[in-house]
Structures are given as C-alpha cells and as structure tokens.
Design a protein around this ligand. Structure first.
Ligand SMILES: CC(=O)SCCNC(=O)CCNC(=O)[C@H](O)C(C)(C)COP(=O)(O)OP(=O)(O)OC[C@H]1O[C@@H](n2cnc3c(N)ncnc32)[C@H](O)[C@@H]1OP(=O)(O)O
Ligand SMILES: CC(=O)C(=O)O
Ligand SMILES: [Mg+2]
Length: 340
C-alpha cells in the first residue's frame, strides 16, 4: 500500500465476542458506527479467550457490516493466544477484517513480526487486500519509539492511546482508565498581604485549574502519526457514567488532531460521533474562508480577522473532513450544506 485509506473512524466500538448479549447487538450496530472491534485482549477473561476468538469468526462470517469497518484487538505478542488469534482470524475472516489492533507495542520489531505473519497468512488464505495494523501506545518504550513505530510498515493505519497500561508502565499514580485527575492541577499565586503571602488563600482564594494528564502523550502521538500519514486516536474513557468528562476528553483529542476514539459502552458512541464530526458553524466558517481566499495566496480580512494561506490550509482540513463524513451521512450533509 502506498497510502493508508482514510475512512471515517470516529468511534471504534469495542465488544466482547464471547458475551452473547453483546454479540447479539453487533448486527444491528453495523452501519451505525464507523468501526466495530471484536476485542480478544484485556477485558476478556482468560477462560473465554477461545470463545471470544470463535465468536468473532462467527460474527465476521455471518454479519453484513455495511459501511462499518471490522477491526479486532488481538492478544499481546507475549501471550499464549496471539498466534492462534491471528492464524484463525486471517484464514477464516481475513477478507472481512480491515484492521488488526496490536496491544503493548514496544518497537519496530513488534510490527515487523505482525507484518510478516499477516503476509504469510494472507497468502495462505488467498486474502486479496492487505489487512492493516494499528498499534496501541501503552508502554514507556513504545512511547520512546513512537515515531519509528508509525513509519515501520506500509500497513500501519494508526495509533491509539492506551492510558491504563501506559500509566502503569510509567508508574503514574492514577488508577483511572483515561481522563484527567483532580490532583493534577496548577494553582494561582498567593496574594501579597501586609504580613506576607496569603498561601492558604484565607483572604484571597487561590483558584486552581485541573490540567490534562495526557496532553504531552497525545500531542506527541499526533505528530508521529502526521509525519507518517497515519491516524491518531484517543483510547478508552473508563468512567462510563461521566458523559460530560468523556465528551471533554474526546474533544481535547479532536482539537489536538485525533480522528476518533474508542467507545466501550453504547452510550459513548453518540458522544464520539458528535465530537469527531466538525461543528456545522466551524465548517460554515471554513467554507467562507476558502471562498474568500480565491486562488489561495495573499491575505484577506474576514469578520475582522486576518486569513492567509496557512489559515486556508486549516480550513481545508475542516472542509475535507466534513465532505468525507457528509458522503455517508445525509443528516450531516444537510447540516454542512453539502451533497450526501
Ligand atoms: C483499558 C482497556 O483495555 S479498554 C478496552 C477493553 N474494555 C472493553 O472492551 C469493555 C467493553 N465494555 C464492556 O465490557 C461493558 O460495557 C461494561 C462491562 C463496561 C459495562 O457493561 P454492563 O454492566 O452490561 O453495562 P450496562 O448494563 O449499562 O449495559 C446496557 C446494555 O448495553 C449492552 N452493552 C454494554 N456494553 C456494550 C458494548 N460494548 N457493545 C454492545 N453492547 C453493550 C449490555 O449488554 C446491555 O444490554 P441489555 O440492555 O440487553 O441488557
Ligand atoms: C487502551 C488500553 O489498552 C489501556 O489503556 O491499557
Ligand atoms: Mg491496555
């Protein structure tokens, strides 16, 4: 492959193929969520690993996925299950599988291994198009090697943040699965009083602002992906009940350049789709800048603001994403004033 196909992937929705209730919901979700991912790794009980693998084979064979992509997250490369995961999935449903997500990627060698094995299995099974590879960024070593990982194989489709394993590997002191932490904050300076500084804020309260624990990691991941023409994603937001915090975390990732996120529960899907689709007013503004910039050179004033070829490029990112999403979604097409 010379260019990774860019398809909408605002929500990568995780399901456990060994859970009969969840699996039964998958056919009805096809076509309504950009990516359906059969998870075989963490969150699947050891006793259910084979049932999950076989469940995914059945779902893959029997489901018409429509516009949704089918992805899987296989077990870690140092686990006893991964060889069978890859062998069975590629030979049985390789023609349906778009992307294999590989957890706990440490460096180029992990992707080389998966790349070779996929090539062998695809050849054996007569799979006609290459299955792509997605790495989870969830070890300190993976983080240190992220640029190399992104560029190591033409199969590399993208990278997701794995905040839980990464926090553990780094010995961060948060026990949350993604999202912020109230202890990670900055505080305004103490006010000067006659007898010194009011460090306890007794006379003048000192405001605090929670900071984003994941800012550095996401920003670096975005740069590494952009450098290699692949796609960055936020990962899981484990507090399913906190839909507001979830939306904020997703939006921060969207603004920083991520194209999508994981959804662990059905109620996170609508949030992901909304957040990772540009707001109609932003698309409208972007279209006006494109129009005003004519041949794309020089500078113009629009609504009191300067626009030039750099801001035109920013606006084209927005317009092109809107066009892509509008193609498959009549409601968004109407909201953006574009052809569906
Ligand atoms: C750090 C990481 O590795 S994150 C990635 C790994 N983790 C995962 O993949 C977790 C995936 N999600 C889940 O397992 C579940 O959503 C849980 C355990 C978090 C919550 O499950 P529940 O307690 O059953 O949630 P809840 O009762 O709200 O579910 C409501 C309905 O949605 C269904 N449902 C829940 N999650 C999903 C899902 N991911 N996909 C499809 N359906 C789902 C339930 O089966 C239930 O169906 P019902 O109404 O027919 O009974
Ligand atoms: C996403 C994931 O696997 C993690 O946070 O560990
Ligand atoms: Mg993990």
């Amino acid at each position: 492959m010379r260019e990774i196909p860019s398809r909408p992937s605002r929500a990568i929705h995780f399901f456990d193929p060994s859970n009969a209730k969840m699996a039964a919901k998958v056919p009805a979700m096809a076509g309504t969520v950009d990516v359906l991912l059969g998870n075989l790794e963490d969150a699947i009980k050891a006793d259910n690993k084979e049932a999950a693998r076989e469940g995914l084979v059945t779902i893959g064979r029997e489901t018409d996925f429509g516009t949704s992509q089918l992805w899987t997250r296989v077990n870690a490369l140092d686990s006893p299950w991964v060889l069978d995961d890859l062998t069975r999935l590629v030979t049985e449903i390789g023609d349906k599988l778009d992307v294999v997500m590989v957890p706990k990627v440490q460096g180029a060698e992990d992707i080389h291994y998966v790349d070779r094995l996929l090539a062998q299995l695809e050849a054996k099974a007569g799979v006609q198009r290459p299955i792509l590879v997605h790495a989870i960024l969830e070890t300190a070593r993976g983080m240190a090697n992220v640029e190399e990982i992104c560029g190591v194989s033409p199969r590399m489709q993208g990278i997701s943040l794995g905040p839980a394993d990464l926090a553990a590997d780094r010995r961060m002191k948060t026990t949350r699965v993604g999202g912020g932490h109230p202890g990670y904050l900055v505080r305004s300076d103490a006010a000067k009083t006659d007898d010194g500084y009011d460090v306890h804020g007794e006379q003048t309260p000192r405001s605090t602002y929670q900071q984003d624990l994941w800012h550095y990691t996401i920003a670096r991941m975005v740069d590494a992906c952009a450098m290699h023409g692949i796609f960055p994603y936020y990962g899981p937001y484990g507090d399913i009940t906190d839909v507001v915090g979830c939306e904020d975390q997703f939006r921060n990732a969207f603004l920083l350049g991520c194209v999508g996120t994981w959804t662990l529960h059905p109620k996170q899907i609508e949030i992901a789709k909304r957040v990772f689709s540009p707001a109609p007013e932003d698309v409208e503004h972007a279209k006006r800048v494109v129009e005003a910039m004519g041949d794309g050179t020089g500078a113009v004033m629009l609504d009191g603001k300067m626009e030039d070829d750099a801001s035109l490029k920013q606006c084209l990112v927005m317009v092109r994403l809107a066009e892509q999403l509008a193609e498959g979604d009549p409601e968004l097409a109407a909201a953006y004033g574009m052809k569906g």
